[in-house]
Structure formats: structure tokens, C-alpha cells
Design a protein around this ligand. Structure first.
Ligand SMILES: *Cc1c(COP(=O)(O)O)cnc(C)c1O
Length: 410
């Protein structure tokens, strides 16, 4: 099935101009562009209309409430990875959508609340399902996260289908255990798999679905739903044709509800980090520019040894500087960037395409404050949504002894 031609226009908004971005009142600042979020969701909304798939936002990429509220205007629900995420999702949705959870980290003492908050629970292992699932099936719809055992990733750190994977029940076990009796007999209503990471193609999804169908065969008939996970990046509407085809196929063949739960694809390009130059000096012939941020605010820069994109970068300009973070770590570096003018103290810079997995993983390492959070609103106004200070740092690190060790997690 093809996606309509009108659908193939490129996403239009270029995002806030550099001047607007750099006009934040304090740095470091994390800015999210509401227009870009609306566009990403509107795009997915049309995939939903086209293919009948149900749409979730995987909140772990950026669980800021302002973003969740905006997401709630479009999605069928939110997908979460823990009790805390479930609570936040529940608070923001207030009943206006479903909550889906899968995690290796389910704990027995959390299950009653998880069952109350979550409409769909995909158990990560058979023992997890045996121990925790049976007690509440009937309340939420139970499913299994499966490991299709079909790998598309080179780096095992990000590959749920790696050898000795901890993510999902191996497909061969599902088949061996439930092949005779069927899944329905065991009150398992759905299957969940999430095996992609930053994939720009839906071909792996297509192959994975065919592989699962080959392995499970008639067992598929008993399913009520299938969750395709996230892990895909798409910036052009026509990139989503492959997804529509897979959803269409599954819905027609098995009469199941199909869920898609992207995270980074929605928020990645909507996020910017604005920083100021606070020191400049020569080091072995290169200009080092120290920023009032660090790789602790963009952990993927260090994790993946990735160079973040800079707004307004001039790759062929004559001046260059090594942009460095302000912590004690020698490798706290963003990379070397070129500019038309030499940098000066107080200059501001904005990294782009850093909306996902940045703020949520950010830390106050070395005692540097977390970025303030700004929304670039639809009307073109910058609004400060949140800022942190010493009180937050102090609360985290000052001891608060209690006499009796309490068993609670709130
Ligand atoms: C992280 C995750 C997602 C979202 O992944 P993105 O790469 O951000 O799209 C979806 N589903 C599950 C189960 C996940 O763990």
C-alpha cells in the first residue's frame, strides 16, 4: 500500500532561527521546538489514518511533562519502562489514552500499582511472567516481549537480539512452550518486539515480521495485539511507507491491533542545547573553547563518540575551535568546529538534533547545574518551563537519615 502523494512533501519547518534560540535568558538551556513536535506527530497521525496502526510515544526519550501533554493530543497512548514513568504518564494522560509497559525491571511489590496504571504489560522473560503475570492477568492485557533472534545491528551494546540477550523471550522458546497449547490458553494476548536502533529503513521490520510469522504460524491467530516497538528514524513522510505496509499486512492477515512506539524519531530533531563560551585558550596550536555545558548533558556524545551538529556551522570557514565541556574529564569534548569569526567569551552556540536521550540522562557531575528547559512555542515565543539551582543539587546530595529503614519507593 502506498502512502498518498500529498504525503511526500518534506517536513517544512526549519525550526527556530539561530537568533531566537540564542536569546534564552540563561545557559546552558535545553530548548524544545513545539512546532517540530506537532509536525512529527501530525506525520505519524497520517500514518495512523492510512494504515490503521495505533500510535504511542515512548516517553523514556524525553519524559518532560510539556512534551507528554503535546503528545497526548495525537497519540493513542504512551509507552513506559518503569513504575515512575507509568505514574507520570498516568498523571499527564488522566485517562485520555492507554499506557503500555515492558521492562526487565518489574518488581513484585510494584505489580499491584503497575496493573492499575498500565493497560498493556509485555513481560520480558518467561519467569517474570510466571512469577508476576499470573496474579493480575485480567486487569491489564498481558503480552510477551519476544526476542525474534534476528539481528540487524553491528554493535551488541544496542542489539536486543545479541547473544545472551536479556531483552525478550527467545522466539524459539515461545514456539517450543506454547506451540501445542497456544498462547490464548495461557492468557497471553499480545506480542511485543523492539529490535531496531536508529534504523532509517523499515526493511528490517518487514523481515522480522516475516520471520516471526514463519516461526509461530497459526499461533498468530490467537493474538489481540502486536507492538512493533520503536528504534526507527524518519524525517520524510515517504520513509513511512514501509511501516504502513507492515501494519497493513499484519492487520489484514491476523486481525490484530498493531502498535508503533517511537521515541527518538519524535523528539530527536525537536531538541537543542544552547551553551555559552566561558573560556578560550591555545592548547598545542588549537583554540580550546570551554562551554558552560558538558558531555554530561549530552551523554550520547561520549557514549557513541559522536560529534553533535552545531546550528549555523560553516564547515569551510577559516576559524576553528575545539569545543570542550566544563568538567574535569579530559575527554569531555564535543569536537572541532569551524566558524566565520573567531569565538569570543560570552558567545552562544546551539547544538541541534539532541532532543532524545539527552536531558533524561543528564547529570550534575562536577556540581554543574542541569540545563534550564525552554519551550519554543508555536507562536514563536521562548518560554522558560523549568530551571534548577543549588537547592536541587543539595536535595540530591545532602543526607536525610531515617531511623528505620523503610521499604518504599515514592
Ligand atoms: C527505547 C524503546 C522505544 C523507543 O525507541 P527509540 O529508539 O527512541 O524510537 C520503544 N520501545 C521500547 C521497548 C524501547 O525500549
Amino acid at each position: 500500500m502506498a502512502v498518498a502523494a500529498e504525503f511526500t512533501a518534506r517536513l517544512t519547518t526549519a525550526g527556530p532561527t539561530v537568533d531566537r534560540l540564542l536569546a534564552v535568558s540563561t545557559t546552558p538551556a535545553f530548548v524544545y521546538d513545539e512546532n517540530r513536535l506537532h509536525e512529527a506527530f501530525a506525520l505519524l497521525d497520517r500514518v495512523r489514518a492510512q494504515s490503521g496502526c495505533k500510535l504511542l510515544y515512548s516517553i523514556k526519550a524525553l519524559p518532560f511533562a510539556g512534551v507528554l501533554r503535546l503528545a497526548a493530543e495525537y497519540v493513542d497512548g504512551l509507552s513506559v519502562s518503569s513504575l515512575f514513568e507509568a505514574r507520570l504518564a498516568h498523571e499527564v494522560l488522566s485517562g485520555q489514552g492507554t499506557i503500555h509497559i515492558t521492562t526487565p525491571g518489574l518488581r513484585p511489590e510494584e505489580m499491584a500499582e503497575v496493573a492499575l496504571l498500565c493497560d498493556f504489560v509485555s513481560f520480558n522473560s518467561l519467569p517474570q511472567w510466571e512469577r508476576l503475570g499470573r496474579s493480575f492477568a485480567g486487569h491489564s492485557s498481558a503480552g510477551l516481549r519476544i526476542n525474534p533472534q534476528l539481528s540487524f545491528l553491528d554493535d551488541p551494546r544496542y542489539d536486543p537480539c545479541r547473544l545472551y540477550s536479556k531483552l525478550g523471550v527467545p522466539l524459539s522458546q515461545v514456539k517450543a512452550l506454547y506451540g501445542q497449547s497456544g498462547l490464548k490458553e495461557h492468557r497471553i494476548e499480545g506480542l511485543h518486539f523492539h529490535t531496531a536502533c536508529e534504523s532509517r529503513s523499515f526493511a528490517p521490520l518487514h523481515e522480522t515480521v516475516l520471520h516471526i510469522e514463519r516461526e509461530l504460524g497459526g499461533m498468530m491467530e490467537q493474538l489481540r495485539w502486536i507492538n512493533l516497538g520503536g528504534g526507527y528514524l524518519f524525517t520524510r513522510p515517504d520513509h513511512l511507507e514501509g511501516l504502513c505496509e507492515v501494519v497493513d499486512h499484519l492487520r489484514n492477515k491476523w486481525q490484530v491491533d498493531v502498535y508503533f512506539e517511537p521515541g527518538k524519531a519524535v523528539v530527536g530533531e525537536a531538541g537543542y542545547l544552547v551553551a555559552s563560551v566561558i573560556d578560550l585558550y591555545d592548547s598545542d596550536g588549537k583554540t580550546v573553547a570551554v562551554l558552560d555545558t558538558s558531555v554530561n548533558h549530552l551523554p550520547e556524545v561520549f557514549e557513541y563518540q559522536r560529534r553533535p551538529e552545531l546550528v549555523g556551522e560553516e564547515p569551510s570557514a577559516s576559524y576553528s575551535a575545539l569545543l570542550a565541556g566544563c568538567t574535569c574529564l579530559a575527554g569531555d569534548l564535543f569536537g572541532e568546529y569551524r566558524s566565520l569569526h573567531p569565538l569570543r567569551i560570552g558567545d552562544r552556540l546551539a547544538f541541534r538534533n539532541v532532543g532524545a536521550y539527552s536531558l533524561i540522562k543528564a547529570s550534575r557531575f562536577n556540581g554543574h547545574n542541569l540545563p534550564a528547559i525552554y519551550a519554543f512555542e508555536r507562536a514563536g515565543r521562548l518560554k522558560r518551563m523549568k530551571s534548577y539551582g543549588y537547592a536541587d543539587y543539595r536535595r540530591q546530595w545532602m543526607e536525610e537519615p531515617i531511623d528505620i529503614e523503610r521499604c518504599e519507593h515514592d
